[in-house]
Design a protein around this ligand. Structure first.
Ligand SMILES: [Zn+2]
Length: 169
């Protein structure tokens, strides 16, 4: 990375030893997407899709802006990635998303044949990898998507908590 913000540097130093360097780097990019959502008053969730070590699509939550209940960060990124690859299957692609995907997004990620989901903070109210429902790795489905949670979880949780705190004040 040529240029790093102060936040990025701090994150790199503190947690690079816990997760793979790439996981941190990609989740940091997802966090930057989440910040874009926050700027326009949307719940700050961001996602990036990675293929062969490169980011091929990004997205952030824009449900209010687009008057679209399906405009979650993951769906936005999925649509862009599929367009880019001219393929509705995203085999060999990984997604990094700041919060555990909801049932809709986890379902879409399974349909897209995403290889692995990396998420930051768990979502105790709507998470569909492990917290509320188990969609991603469900053995009853004909396709299962691997997932790993907890990548930069504190940073990912903080941006959301701060958002709702500011809203209440
Ligand atoms: Zn979702």
């Amino acid at each position: 990375m040529a240029k790093q913000s102060g936040l990025t540097k701090k994150i790199d130093c503190r947690v690079a030893c816990v997760h793979g360097d790439n996981d941190i780097q990609f989740m940091t990019m997802a966090l930057k997407e989440a910040a874009k959502a926050e700027k326009i008053g949307e719940v700050p969730v961001g996602a990036v899709i990675v293929k062969d070590g490169k980011i091929i699509a990004k997205g952030f939550n824009r449900c209010i802006t687009d008057s679209d209940p399906t405009a979650h960060a993951e769906i936005i990124a999925l649509r862009k990635a599929a367009k880019k690859l001219s393929n509705y299957r995203l085999n060999g692609c990984n997604i990094y998303v700041t919060i555990e995907p909801c049932p809709m997004c986890a379902g879409a990620l399974v349909n897209a044949r995403i290889s692995k989901i990396y998420f930051g903070a768990a979502d105790k109210k709507a998470g569909a990898c492990k917290s509320v429902l188990k969609v991603a790795g469900n053995k009853k489905l004909n396709h299962r998507v691997a997932f790993k949670g907890g990548v930069l979880k504190e940073e990912c949780a903080k941006i959301i908590q701060q958002f709702f705190k500011n809203k209440r004040n």
